[in-house]
Design a protein around this ligand. Structure first.
Ligand code: SF4
Ligand code: SF4
Length: 409
């Protein structure tokens, strides 16, 4: 860079955030980033978003004499994050459009303008991606933290009272999803094999074009015709009954089965790895479970800065994080008593016996119990990585802490 006046601008794939005297420049194409707390650097970048500047601002000779500005701009240029153009050899001031999020159908805007009826009839049924149906609450096993699992991961759960979703209600649900097809329906219990009408389920599946998954604990495993044509999801928690587990492995069809290990500590993690190795399991998921094991969680689950930057985050994902929760969006839970929730940790939206799925989707879009819960509260709203960070998960709900990370302010 020679000592002359330049027009300076960032490339349009650069994401910028400024919080509390610190600035982040993030390249949404290759994941590289710069941070600065130098006020004159922040001023320089801030000028780019001034409406009158239209993405380019003057980088004067005077500015460049400041070694910290000079180094900062050189870093930007060397990393392909921005451009300079010689003012004297540029006829007109250059212009570059800066990406900003401005949704015409922003739900919050529509609610504020009392225009939420616009949402109705706008194909909102497409928003339903996944339906989790708890068929019954009956289970004779006694896993010690049974009611904790389902609040954190997709898992069976036992109820104090015996509840069962009547087959007629289930038929009505499957009639609805034959018109608008969520990609995935997960069936769970209690013990699904104790569902009174389990043998009638296959008739309901005839007109549904998505995929069906059956979840159950390995301790409840039974040979059943259903397991031959739908996806099987077997939950393994600790302590493991090795004899029972061996029987399950010798009987299930491994090609359509995924094993979900429920892990509370290092020892259970090591045991899971051993089981996976010994039984040549190819499809498995390791699920940490919070049970006041905060040390295990802070070491293995809490985010570190390098985790946030370990993958490239696209501009689309950054904008998405500002408007919706990708972990929750599009999922509904139907409980054995008919209650419907958008998340197992939130209040019910309605009752499947009296509400249509379409009404429930609409209700969630307006009431936002879970689908649009974003990182907009403290301390995340003061954090430079607010919109790069993965969406809130069930762990934040259960631990009752919005920031499961080691970022210090
Ligand atoms: S098998 Fe599932 S439903 Fe039964 S007690 Fe264990 S976690 Fe609860
Ligand atoms: S404070 Fe919130 S946004 Fe920032 S890194 Fe931690 S969890 Fe992510």
């Amino acid at each position: 860079m020679e000592n002359k006046d330049y027009w300076f601008g960032l490339r349009s794939y650069m994401y910028v955030d400024i919080k509390d005297g610190n600035m982040l420049l993030y390249n949404t194409i290759n994941g590289e980033y710069l941070e600065t707390a130098y006020v004159k650097n922040i001023e320089l970048i801030s000028q780019l978003s001034d409406f009158n500047n239209l993405g380019f601002t003057l980088l004067s000779r005077e500015n460049q004499k400041d070694i910290r500005i000079h180094e900062f701009v050189m870093n930007i240029l060397n990393n392909g994050m921005g451009d300079i153009l010689d003012v004297n050899s540029t006829k007109n001031k250059p212009v570059r459009l800066i990406p900003i999020l401005n949704l015409q159908k922003d739900v919050d805007k529509l609610i504020k303008t009392e225009n939420n009826c616009v949402l109705i009839g706008q194909d909102i049924y497409h928003y339903l991606i996944e339906l989790n149906i708890y068929l019954n609450s009956l289970c004779t096993k006694e896993c010690p933290i049974c009611d904790e699992y389902c609040k954190q991961i997709l898992c069976c759960t036992r109820g104090a009272d015996f509840q069962e979703l009547p087959i007629g209600v289930l038929k009505n649900v499957f009639d609805q999803v034959s018109f608008f097809v969520p990609k995935r329906i997960n069936l769970l219990g209690g013990d699904v094999f104790k569902y009174t009408d389990i043998d009638k389920l296959s008739d309901l599946f005839q007109n549904y074009k998505g995929s069906i998954y059956l979840y159950f604990n390995y301790k409840n495993y039974q040979i059943h015709n259903l397991l031959t044509y739908i996806n099987v999801e077997i939950i393994i928690n600790f302590p493991v009954d090795n004899i029972l587990l061996e029987k399950v492995f010798s009987s299930v069809c491994m090609s359509n089965t995924t094993f979900h290990f429920v892990i509370e500590d290092e020892d259970q993690y090591n045991q899971s790895k051993m089981i996976i190795k010994n039984f040549l399991i190819e499809k498995y998921i390791l699920n940490p479970i919070f049970n006041n094991n905060i040390e295990f969680f802070s070491e293995n689950v809490f985010l570190k800065k390098e985790d946030i930057f370990s993958n490239v985050i696209s501009m689309r994902e950054i904008f998405r994080n500002q408007k919706m929760n990708a972990n929750n969006f599009g999922t509904l839970y139907i409980l054995p008593d008919g209650e419907v929730k958008a998340n197992m940790n939130t209040l019910p939206l309605g009752d499947i016996k009296s509400d249509s799925l379409l009404n429930l989707i609409h209700k969630e879009m307006i009431e936002n119990t879970a689908w649009r819960s974003i990182r907009n509260i403290s301390p995340c709203n003061k954090c430079l990585y607010q919109w790069l960070c993965p969406p809130l998960s069930n762990y934040e709900f259960v631990i009752d802490q919005p920031n499961l990370c080691d970022i210090k302010f």
